[in-house]
Design a protein around this ligand. Structure first.
Ligand SMILES: [Zn+2]
Length: 183
């Protein structure tokens, strides 16, 4: 995994530059994270309460009722994504465990458990990965994509490169420091 500026990302650079100047992630992604913490994302549980069409089971694992907490941390698919990424980063101890049921609790505990120097970068990374898991869920629901952990990882690398180009310095430092070049 390499986070080196690439020319194909330049066009997107200007689109995310301003929001990123305000922090380590685009505002739309921070907003998504806030909605997830507040249980306000339109997953099956919320759609069902409103009598709206919804997936019968989680489209990522095909095993459990879909809630945003499940999609981001409880789902076996999500845990595979986090495992892949945190092992790459040399942070396997913060991978969500099977008993983990709340995204915000896991996030807070993870931040506390790592050294201060990487906390800001880790905050950006958690938002980035959660955002990519959610986008992948939507692709499965609306485009018939088959769930693929490697696809989420690749999307995370590409989006993360754009964020780094646009000024997510702490994320950039975390990724370059932790990831072996060329992996
Ligand atoms: Zn699932």
């Amino acid at each position: 995994m390499v986070f080196i500026p690439a020319s194909r990302h330049i066009m997107r650079f200007s689109l995310v530059l301003l929001p990123l100047a305000l922090g380590g992630a685009p505002l739309r992604c921070k907003f998504f994270a806030w909605l997830a913490i507040k249980n306000r994302v339109c997953t099956a549980d919320r759609l069902a309460k409103r009598g709206l069409p919804h997936p019968a089971v989680c489209p990522l694992c095909d095993q459990a009722e879909e809630t945003i907490q499940h999609v981001l941390v409880s789902c076996v698919f999500a845990r595979q994504v986090w495992t892949l990424i945190f092992h790459d980063l040399g942070l396997p101890s913060i991978v969500p465990q099977p008993g983990c049921t709340r995204f915000s609790n896991w996030w807070g505990q993870s931040i506390k458990s790592v050294e201060k120097a990487i906390r800001k970068g880790l905050n950006s990374l958690v938002i980035l990965v959660a955002w990519e898991i959610w986008k992948h869920r939507n692709a499965c629901v609306f485009e018939g994509v088959v769930p693929c952990v490697q696809q989420v990882r690749q999307a995370m690398v590409e989006e993360g490169t754009v964020w780094c180009l646009a000024g997510a310095l702490a994320l950039h430092d975390l990724l370059l420091w932790r990831l072996p070049v060329g992996s």
